[in-house]
Design a protein around this ligand. Structure first.
Ligand SMILES: Cc1ncc(COP(=O)(O)O)c(C=O)c1O
Length: 405
């Protein structure tokens, strides 16, 4: 394979132009995504194959150069950077006391189960959903109640009638919302969020909103933090988000919990203190501050690149594999593909792609609604994506399309 020359970035009149075409070998780095011993192309787990933003890398170099890696507290500058980012981009008014740090969005979801529910209580999630949502409910001894998303005009919708019926039937105590949704990439609208709020308020259900994909909202869509629509119900609402997806620093495990009700904030911090979970490591704080202060330019450029990759996938599939139905994401770099024209068995579908040396995430992991779906990660250099698409094409040309096209 011919690799583009390794130009990391160009500095043009004080603007860094990032080169996302650069292919960086991630084998033998402990990367979860690139764990293969062969030449499989990894288009699955949600991280990007792009170098992180220059200000972030410089920050880490500065810390290393300083040489002392001692106990560290979040600085006032860090709080201000978080407040400014969320205020200016999403109109979310936060004060320092509304922000709690945590080690990951999923650990925080698990913590929220201890805050809002007791063992045996019912917790509602949509199907399909990022699989830890379901696992953590079960692992924590809560009852998992699923409300399938419905599909209309190529995008997922919340089935509000089903949600309310399940809340009543199972006496649901907590709703774990994914906003934007993974998989499928829906950015829930204000109307949808308000309708959900009305139902949850009516039945006294707490809402925890996972907003990790917020900053990856694509052109033409507007992300609304759930806390903004939750006025008057703040004692039952928490948002959890992170810089890790936004800035491709998932290896620096960290996240933030936002809550606006004083008693609720106290309860969450007390729970965190029980197992000393509230402090992050030095690199997490430093990277977070530099990302929110100076990472905006990198983010804008990476989103432009991702949108071009999404377009490329859509055109390729339309032309060469028209029986693969594409759900175009409104947020994130993850494309949800309906491959039901190519088989009836999830494992065979996945294996067929693996045999063609390309790995996508098998949709069935995300719940029954993921049957015969695959999730494709396009956050990689274009050359890799094209090679991956060619392999998908070869894999599917070996499988007879059921519709006969
Ligand atoms: C919706 C969603 N929540 C949470 C996570 C993971 O968050 P963390 O690594 O902070 O636990 C992901 C990762 O893909 C995700 O898609």
């Amino acid at each position: 394979m011919l690799y583009p020359k390794p130009l990391f970035f160009l500095i043009l009149e004080n603007t860094v132009l990032y080169n996302f075409d650069e292919i960086i070998d991630r084998h033998h780095t402990g990367s979860l995504k690139w764990h293969y011993t062969d030449d499989t192309i990894a288009l699955w787990v949600a991280d990007m194959d792009f170098r992180a933003a220059q200000p972030i890398l410089k920050t880490i170099e500065r810390v290393v150069h300083h040489g002392i890696l001692g106990y560290t507290k979040p600085t006032e500058a860090l709080y201000q950077a978080i407040i400014n980012w969320h205020g200016s981009r999403y109109g979310l008014a936060l004060d320092k006391q509304h922000i709690l740090f945590s080690h990951g969005v999923i650990p925080s979801l698990a913590l929220m189960m201890r805050i809002f529910t007791e063992a045996g209580d019912a917790v509602l999630v949509n199907d399909p959903i990022y699989m830890p949502f379901m696992n953590k409910v079960r692992d924590n001894g809560r009852r998992l109640i699923l409300s399938p998303l419905t599909e209309a005009e190529g995008r997922y919708q919340l089935d509000l009638a089903d949600i309310e019926a399940k809340i009543i039937e199972h006496e649901v105590k907590l709703y774990l919302l994914c906003n934007p949704h993974n998989p499928g990439g829906r950015v829930w609208t204000v109307d949808e969020l308000e309708a959900l709020l009305v139902i949850c308020k009516k039945h006294d259900v707490a809402i925890v909103s996972d907003e990790i994909h917020q900053d990856l909202t694509l052109s033409g869509h507007k992300f609304m933090p759930f806390l903004r629509v939750a006025k008057g119900y703040e004692h039952k609402v928490v948002s959890i988000t992170s810089m890790t997806k936004t800035f491709n620093v998932a290896g620096i495990k960290s996240s933030m919990i936002f809550a606006k009700d004083e008693a609720l904030i106290k309860k969450i911090s007390q729970q965190q203190r029980l197992s000393d979970e509230h402090d992050l490591n030095l690199f997490a704080y430093e990277v977070m501050a530099s990302a929110y202060e100076q990472g905006g330019e990198w983010l804008a450029q990476v989103l432009t690149y991702i949108e071009a990759n999404i377009e490329l996938v859509c055109r390729f599939l339309e032309q060469h594999l028209p029986n693969v139905k594409v759900m175009r994401p409104e947020a994130s770099y993850l494309i949800w593909l309906d491959c039901s024209a190519y088989g009836q068995d999830d494992q065979t579908l996945y294996d067929q792609l693996r045999d063609a040396k390309v790995e996508l995430s098998a949709g069935i992991q995300y719940g029954d609604e993921g049957h015969l779906r695959m999730r494709l990660n396009v956050a990689c250099p274009k050359a890799l994506l094209i090679e991956g698409l060619n392999r998908i094409y070869l894999a599917f040309s070996d499988i007879k399309s059921l519709s006969g096209r």
